[in-house]
Design a binder for this molecule. Structure first.
Ligand SMILES: [Cu+2]
Length: 188
């Protein structure tokens, strides 16, 4: 009987975990498109601008990344160099490092693509409360499929702390304004 109730308590504790895991922590362990292992501490000192998505995305991701690039242009080089733009793929199967690197170069030299195993991707998405769902093609070997995912641009301060999340309707001015606040607020 004693063992039974202990096991029940254990099961309840486990059941409570997913809710905690949904808390926003902003932590991640991933690999850059150049194969470097990085986590949320790796960019200490830089303001981060971060989005989740996948390179085959027809519209949401190219729009978000273009907005991020335009925001950096609006900031001007002195402020822009204090920002690291990050893009985390939620489709690591198709988004190889080479694919990511090539895609990032379309938006600017400072853009860093991040990828990892499915487990690493899941953990990163959870800690940003990003949801995504891969719509498996009827033909399992097919590389033609879409991925639904949360949109938005995260801005994190120089310590990796959450500063803002801008929705997909935010334009470059909105993003630049927010970045400027974070950059100037902390660099004094
Ligand atoms: Cu997308």
């Amino acid at each position: 009987m004693k063992l039974g109730s202990l096991m029940l308590a254990g099961a309840l504790a486990l059941a409570a975990l997913p809710a905690q895991a949904q808390e926003f922590s902003g932590r991640f362990l991933l690999e850059t498109h150049d194969g470097k292992r990085v986590n949320d501490e790796s960019f200490k000192g830089k303001v981060r601008m971060m989005a989740f998505g996948y390179t085959f995305c027809p519209d949401v991701c190219p729009t978000a990344l273009s907005t991020m690039a335009a925001a950096l242009d609006l900031l001007g080089p002195q402020r822009a160099e204090q920002v690291v733009p990050l893009f985390v793929t939620v489709d690591p199967k198709r988004d190889t490092r080479a694919q990511l690197k090539d895609y990032m170069s379309a938006f600017g030299p400072s853009f860093i693509g991040l990828t990892g195993t499915v487990q690493m991707t899941d953990a990163a998405a959870r800690s940003f409360r990003v949801r995504y769902e891969i719509h498996q093609p009827a033909d399992k070997d097919s590389d033609h499929y879409v991925v639904d995912h949360s949109a938005g641009i995260f801005i994190m301060d120089r310590n990796g702390g959450f500063a803002a999340k801008l929705g997909h309707t935010a334009n470059a001015e909105d993003v630049a304004d927010r970045l400027r606040q974070v950059i100037d607020g902390e660099s004094k």
